[in-house]
Design a protein around this ligand. Sequence first.
Ligand code: TRP
Length: 452
Amino acid sequence: MTNEKRSSFTGKLGFVLAAAGSAVGLGNIWRFPYLAAKYGGGIFLLVYIILAVTLGFALMTAEIAIGRKTGLSAIGAFKELNKKYSFVGWLAAVIPMIILPYYSVIGGWVTKYLFAFLTGNGTMTAGDEYFGGFISQTAEPALWFFVFIGITAVIVLFGVEKGVEKVSKIMMPILVVLSVGIAVYSVCLPGAMDGVRYYILPDFSKFSATTVLAAMGQLFYSMSLAMGIMITYGSYMKKDVNLESSVGQIEIFDTGIAFLAGLMIIPAVFVFSGGTPEALGKGPSLMFVTLPKVFETMWGGHFVGILFFLLVLFAALTSSISLMETVVSIVCDKCKIGRKLSCLIVFAGSVVLGLISIFGYSIWSHITIIGLQFLDFFDFISNSVLMPVVAFLTCVFVGYVIKPQSLIDEVELSSKFKRKKLFVFVIKYMAPICIVLILVSSVLDAFGIFKI
Ligand code: TRP
């Protein structure tokens, strides 16, 4: 895409909503609560928030500023700023290719639950064995995965982004209202207070390097950082839109929804399974196991369930569409092939990887890689390994190659940069050091070589 032809967001609101639309998705509602439950509750939340206002703030500012400065998306932007570093853009481009397939598998689960609630079978999903029974099959999860990724592919093919954006503006506020409502209900369930305490009060004895790595991976995932998306969004941003306060608003939006999702789910885990380590460590299945139980006890829960899964499905679709769009446009540009063909290639590749994730829970459940099933392994590789690596390289690139000042100048085109000192400190020192230490210790940990 050339500079002259580049379309741009109409104003600040348009930019913030579009970026928040990409950021808010399954990461907030499905992934955040299960990680928080697994990694010690309050301590995870605390680490997450500290990372969000330092690392998240600095990286998002850097990415958006790189995009706005060059007017290009990731691969082109790094290349234009310094030829030697174009590999960082490439590395970033690999991440959505890994995420899209397993994201769509989870999207398929959400579709299945919506269908169950729509057909009056919502109460069935509240059974203890329901979820495990569902994902250990092969054909059913595969069918729902096809439905989800099929819808995504059709929308990407026809490119109805404008429609999606308009619907987002209506659906997102409803999602917020509904989340607040369900969270309040959940917190008021008898016995929920233990869960609220677990979720909000940090227990420092549960702190470890893996907590920080998991929180960091979640931060990148949730805010769509370290994969070039925010660079692309920045390239669409007008020069007079206040960059620093936009970043703040996107962060508040994204973290707010994640926090609410935790409040919907974690207290309910205490109510229904007593908050045992086993119940809290359930992992990817947590949302699918706990929420139906909440809806079952709720007055009008059946209807709330329909609405809830519809909105989650919607949030997931807007994210999967932009994930696929990213991959398709890279394949288009780099392989010099048409949009339709590249859409087909991406679809086929994702189906293969997605099926591997599905089989990993069923016929291949005996196979694990470093103790993880396929879906969890893809999640680990992209969020806990590749994203930190890209984030590290981005910091080094900004801090020592193009120098922070070049981006500060970009931010200051639209307003005074209030947190300039924080930005420089995080980019040059805090982020690179933290990322390396944590990445090394936890990767060694994952391979069982060394334990902290
Ligand atoms: N942030 C999204 C979520 O929370 C997931 C995601 C990661 C994403 N990277 C993305 C979405 C890129 C769109 C584009 O679910």
